[in-house]
Design a protein around this ligand. Sequence first.
Ligand code: UT7
Length: 339
Amino acid sequence: MNLSSEIARTAFQARISGVGSYLPTITLTNSDLERMVDTSNEWILERTGIQKRHVCPSSETTSDLALRAAQAALSKAQLSPQDLDAIIVATVTPDQPLPSTACFLQAKLGCRQIMAFDVVAACSGFLYSMNIAHDFIRAGTYRHILVVGAETLTRMVNYQDRQSCILFGDGAGAVVISKTQSSESSSCIMSSQSVSSGAFTDILQVSAGASRFPVTIERLEARQNLIEMQGREVFKSAVQFLRDTCLEALNKAGLTVEDVDWFLIHQANLRIIEAVAKQLKIPIEKIPSNIREVGNTSSASIPILMSEKIEDGTLQRGQVILMAAFGAGLTSAATILRY
Ligand code: UT7
């Protein structure tokens, strides 16, 4: 297996030095949803693979979830908040429209004055952020970057829309990405790919609350400040975007599907994951999933899954992992690394 010439050429590599996650203890089960909308446990399980999601308590915000995931990741990396050179938070459910959730997190962690900003790329946000961090590290700009995916999506879900309210949950996942010297055998990020297509902005959106449609009483009453989704359209595009992005990332790394030990795919819908597996001929046993217990946590989905699968011993140092996501935009991203 060879690293692509693009990656082997650079002096510095980026490796994951710590991973952590946090899920609130309150849960919302399919049975709970049966009492809220016209749906059934059987329908939700069969069409999505989801049985329950976690819900952030009303006393907490996205940066509180991010804080716990970040502390866990820093502990695994054996680093303190003072060691961080930058913080990137991927979220579509920030603490406030302004300032960034990354700044709230920075204050809660007690970091030095360092760069901190949010990335809005919906469910691809965590991988977009990883890919940005990867480039900062390869350029030699920073040594340790905290990358967090954190969401309180249950605050943005329309619990009168049975098609979308069954999907989403809250949670946070974090990684510390650290600078290391180039070496073909050591742990490093091998390739990254981030794309978007603005031709699909209307199939998954929150339309009200910003410059295009400022908040008005009428728009709040029409629930335009909450998630609106064309499920079937998103489903079709998701499979296509995930397939193409995975292939591009594999191509950039000079790898094939057979070279990859584990595929961590955005936990949006089990049927989307199965369709991608079929198209790319990936054995389903190589695709771990936690969607049944966690639901779709958008940008937090992949780092939560990664953290859980490291904790239970599934993911081991030295293995090749491909992570891939898609989301509103439409956005799509993939990162391949040797863990
Ligand atoms: O991170 C990205 C976030 N978004 C996604 O990943 C969404 C991707 N799309 C999906 O996951 C699926 O499209 C859904 C799970 C949202 C819907 O599943 P589907 O198999 O595409 O169902 P459908 O929209 O084609 O609807 C089939 C039927 C409809 O009834 P009729 O018109 O056939 O009578 C829906 O009204 O299922 C009905 N339906 C439901 N029935 C029970 C839709 N939602 C529900 C529900 N419970 N919760």
